[in-house]
Write a protein that binds this ligand. Sequence first.
Ligand SMILES: *Cc1c(COP(=O)(O)O)cnc(C)c1O
Length: 366
Amino acid sequence: MTGPRPRPEVLKIAPYVAGESKTPGANRVVKLSSNEGAFGVPPGAAAAAAAVAQELHRYPDGGSAELRRAIGVRFGLDPARIVCGTGSDELIQHLCHIYGGPGSDILMSMHGFTMYQIAGTYAGSRVIKVPERDLTADVDAILAAVTPATRLVFLANPNNPTGSLLAQSAVVRLRRGLPDAVLLVLDAAYAEYVDQAEYDAGAALVDAGDNTVMLRTFSKVFGLGGLRVGWAYAPAGVVDALNRVRGVFNVNLAAQAAAVAALAEPQWVERSRAHNSEWRARLSAALQAVGIKVWPSQGNFVLADFATAARAAAADAWLRQRGIIVRAMGAYDLPHCLRITVGTAEDCALMAETLHGFMGSPGAEL
Ligand SMILES: *Cc1c(COP(=O)(O)O)cnc(C)c1O
């Protein structure tokens, strides 16, 4: 071997496995594997993206100023404290490189979002997965795992793929228990779907100090995963650091236009939230009625627990044969589970009926 060799930590990273969108032999595919919004693209956002087609020779605004202003208006936040990214994934990467690196530790919960592990390892940090309690982040266990080497703590709230939520009082207790020099990253990709009381997506803690960041995305409820837009609301020092290292033109022209339009789409979030609360509950009840355990979820997905890895794999195969794609959970150390996105009413009914069929089949004996 004489060619260039990657840094050793790069080869420690298992590539992210995205939700699949095809299954052989099925002519109609129902994709419920990536937590994309149930209602597709907001019509105004699609029109806005199309409208910039004749401007594509122009660089976008590198500071995403109009988008940050629109986010600020919508969420009541200071645009100067917002940084947009190529999805929140880009911001996760930069935070790991800015605050982590060789000799440092990054904490995440055992079944937290895998991007934290990928980005943290790439930065050269040791990524420590802290045990959970009932598939929910355990504040005491996280605090007990802190050492002088700890630089970042990632918490997805609600968490993907478990759907679990920490109440605001627990998040505040986490922040209070962490050293001031540790950055707490609250990833609220699913904030819009939460219907439990006592929740704050993170802005309150960002405002309360200089060591907490909130991440949000346009990929879920706003239906723009294909354009890659996310944002951070952060203390001034973190904003300054992110702006030094992020891609200079990281949010492309169509993405900025579509995201601004999505924020202006009347009733989009309200309708999506109402649909999700209703059908998340109905789908969960239907699966439980046929003997499948479903973990409580505050996201736009549920974690169906088949008790054994063999039964979960058989259920996955059964669904695929019928053109339905969900997410296998081996990469999350939950091989006995499948994560199922809450789709349209029709998708949910089809899922319930198909899994009912599965539970009466030989695969359910595994
Ligand atoms: C989907 C998701 C994101 C969003 O990623 P983007 O890069 O903005 O598409 C971030 N965090 C979690 C936990 C997610 O599930």
